[in-house]
Design a protein around this ligand. Structure first.
Ligand code: ATP
Length: 249
């Protein structure tokens, strides 16, 4: 038998996403002060942090909705996303399920999902719709219903389904548990596991540190625009500082 390879070094080796020394400001006020984060191909990585830490700002900068003052966001170690418009970033395989869902309330569920695939020109959109309905059966049952009539949990599923319709390599999830009942949160996290198991890399931003670290391989803690901690999810879950600040002691 050939000798087994040496264990992989900790941390990402070939990052799909590498955020380097990122500074983002709103006018005169800097919200991110030199953030460094990497997400490896196939990983689920979570970013936890309290209200106002800068989590949404970071995700909006990755998807091109905000432009940084300085720093870079490399996809595949070559393409700097900060130089591209948002629609090109979607085309490169980065899809964003935003905080607060932001579904198109007057459109049906099916129409919202089709909009998620607007950058695609291949013939597999129907097959991906079927995959999406398999992941979220409730959306299939209600596909002709206006999205504004859905519950919060169902709208969250629709926002995630819409993001998946772009067939992303990297899925950005902004606070999928926000405002949802515990049983619904549990369901959403089961679905996140399924999406990851099917091979999609996920960068998950959450205030629900317990659930997020439970589903992730590695995690970062963002505090007032700076990465305060970076470690495996297991180490963060066990860390007294994280337990005290984010897990209720
Ligand atoms: P939350 O969970 O409350 O959304 P967050 O970690 O996502 O928090 P951000 O929304 O990214 O944090 O906010 C980071 C900082 O930037 C905060 O101080 C916030 O007040 C500020 N900020 C966010 N959006 C704007 C804006 N449009 N204009 C000015 N300041 C903003």
């Amino acid at each position: 038998m050939p000798p087994s390879p040496p264990p992989a070094p900790p941390g990402p080796r070939t990052p799909l996403l590498a955020i380097k020394d990122l500074h983002v400001s709103y006018g005169m006020i800097e919200a991110l002060h030199g953030v460094n984060i990497a997400v490896d191909q196939g990983e689920v990585v979570t970013l936890i942090g309290s209200n106002g830490a800068g989590k949404t700002t970071l995700l909006r900068t990755i998807s091109g909705l905000l432009k940084p003052a300085s720093g870079s966001i490399l996809l595949d170690e070559t393409t700097d996303l900060t130089k591209l418009p948002a629609y090109e970033i979607v085309r490169k395989g980065v899809s964003h399920s935003p905080e607060g869902r932001q579904v198109f309330a007057q459109l049906t569920i099916r129409e919202n999902l089709i909009l998620g695939a607007y950058q695609r020109h291949d013939a597999d959109i129907g097959a991906d719709m079927d995959k999406c309905f398999a992941l979220f059966p409730v959306l299939k049952e209600r596909q002709s219903q206006k999205s504004g009539t859905l519950s919060g949990g169902e709208q969250q599923m629709l926002a995630m389904g819409r993001a998946l319709m772009a067939r992303p390599r990297l899925l950005l999830l902004d606070e999928p548990s926000l405002g949802l009942a515990p049983l619904v949160v549990k369901k959403i996290f089961e679905i996140i596991r399924e999406i990851a198991a099917a091979g999609t890399t996920i960068f998950l931003v959450e205030q629900n540190a317990n659930m997020a670290l439970g589903v992730a391989k590695r995690g970062y803690v963002l505090e007032t625009g700076r990465v305060a901690l970076a470690d495996t999810a297991a180490a963060l879950l066990a860390s007294p500082a994280v337990r005290e600040a984010y897990l209720g002691g």
